[in-house]
Design a binder for this molecule. Structure first.
Ligand code: AMP
Length: 186
């Protein structure tokens, strides 16, 4: 289980997924969180898990992934810009479509907003098909609701054991701590 703090802040709650399958994957995730935490409040970070890339991507190394809940005064496009600047800061180069990447940051939920524009789809269209997202969201969801149904995400989704193809990274659940409005690794 990851870490959580009380949901007392102002702004819109959101859930992001972060993934890395190139270089020092854990370091890329860590830097990604630090980059985000300079601009938004990070309230909860899940366990880090390792899982194979999911179809239809080309064959490539396994990913380390996590999801986090934060809060921001930005709108969703402002959060997308921040997510992309975090990817950029990790040296991400878009050379192969769906190929390996140092850091991938996706917006899974942004409050209860439903957005379908050329540059942004929220909730993320494949969130419930990605096993790691589906299984880690309940860890961080707090009081956030599924926009379509209004049901609390932590009630809507199955909790319990993570499936065998998704391996929690040893020590990851205790390797994050929260400072005021931000989070840093122990
Ligand atoms: P990817 O290569 O998977 O990082 O996809 C990046 C592209 O997906 C960006 O150009 C975004 O504009 C677009 N996109 C659409 N919806 C989302 C979302 N919910 N989160 C992140 N990127 C998104």
């Amino acid at each position: 289980m990851g870490c959580d703090v009380s949901e007392t802040g102002a702004g819109t709650p959101f859930i992001l997924s972060l993934g890395s399958n190139m270089g020092d994957r854990l370091a890329h995730l860590e830097r990604g969180i630090r980059h985000l935490a300079r601009a938004v409040s990070i309230e909860a970070v899940s366990t880090v898990v390792e899982s194979p890339v999911w179809a239809p991507s080309p064959p490539q190394p396994d990913f380390l992934n996590l999801v986090l809940r934060g809060r921001t005064d930005r709108d969703a496009r402002g959060l997308l810009e921040l997510a992309q600047s975090a990817e950029h800061s990790a040296g991400r180069v878009r050379s192969v479509r769906r190929g390996p990447r140092t850091l991938d940051v996706d917006i899974i939920f942004f409050g209860s907003e439903v957005i379908d524009s050329p540059e942004l789809t929220v909730p993320h269209p494949r969130w419930s098909e990605r096993p790691f997202v589906f299984h880690l969201v309940p860890e961080v969801a707090g009081e956030m609701v599924e926009p379509g149904t209004g049901e609390r995400l932590r009630d809507l989704l199955p909790t319990g054991p993570i499936p065998p193809e998704i391996v929690p990274v040893a020590g990851s659940s205790t390797s994050w701590r929260i400072t005021t409005g931000t989070r840093a690794r122990d």
